[in-house]
Ligand binder design. Sequence first.
Ligand SMILES: N[C@@H](CCC(=O)N[C@@H](CS)C(=O)NCC(=O)O)C(=O)O
Length: 284
Amino acid sequence: MMGRNPFTLIERHPCCGGEVHFLSHQSQELGLPARVSIFLPAKALAGDRVPAIHVLAGLTCTQETFLIKSNAIRHAADHGLALVAPDTSPRGADVAGEDDAYDLGTGAGYYVDATTDPWAAHYRMGSYVRRELPALVEEHFPIMAGRRGIMGHSMGGMGALAVALGDAGAWQTVSAFAPISSPSQVDWGHKVTDAYFGGHEAEWAQYDPCLLLEAGMTHPGTLLVDQGLDDEFLSRLQPERLEQAAKAAGQSLTLRRHEGYDHSYWFVQSFIQDHLKHHAEGLL
Ligand SMILES: N[C@@H](CCC(=O)N[C@@H](CS)C(=O)NCC(=O)O)C(=O)O
C-alpha cells in the first residue's frame, strides 16, 4: 500500500520533453530534511513506469550539480530513463566543524554511515542512497521498482561502485567518472576514518570499491569508468588500483583513459552520452 507522499515540490521545470523536479523530504536515515532532484522523461509523465539511474555527485556538490552540469538529462530523455540525484551530505546536522573543510562534513558525506559521535546521528548517506531514497522514489514517482542504475563522479563515483558491488542484485547497471577507487588508502579516506568511523579503518570494507572487489564482491555487469589523464586529483583516484582489483576478482571493467581531460564536469559532459547508453542497454 502506498504511504503518505513525503515529498514537497520546490520547483518544477519542463526539460527535454520531460520534467525536472527539485524536491525536499524528511529523511528517516538522516533525521533531517533532505533535498533531491529528479528528471522524469516524457514516457513517465504519460504514466508509464521507467527505470531510474541514481546519480551521485562529488565533494562540494549538491543535488543540483549533476543534473545541471553533466548534460545527463538530454540523453536520459532520449532513452526514456529517469534520473535521481541526491545531495552529497546531510545539511544542518550542526556538528562542530562540519563547514570547516571542503572534504569533510557538509558536502562530503562519502555515501557512508558514520559510526561515531557526533557524526553518527545524521551522517548516514550510505543507508540513505542504498535503501531509503530508492524505495521512496519508486513508491511515489512513475519509476520502476527494483530496476536501477547508479553512476557518479569522484566521491560519487566511489559511492556508485560501492553501492553496486555491495548489492549487485539491486542495481543492474553501474558507471563512474574519475572515482576515488580506494578511499581507505588516501588522505580523503583517512579523514573519514578519523572522524566518521572513530578511527576504525575496518568500516571501509563496506564502502571501498577495491576492498569490496578484493573480498570477492563483484557485479555481473561491466563497470564503465572514464578517467581524465590531466585530472588534478589523479594520484588520489588511483585508477590503476581499480584495474588491478577488478582483474584479480574477475570483474568486467571498461576503464577508459582520456588524454588532456581534467576532473571537472567539462570532462563528465564529454563522455556522459556513452554512460547513458551503457545504462540504457542494461536497464531497458
Ligand atoms: N576545487 C574544489 C575541490 C572539490 C572538487 O573539485 N569537487 C569536484 C568533485 S570531487 C566537483 O565536481 N566540484 C564542483 C564542480 O566542479 O562544479 C574545492 O577545493 O572546493
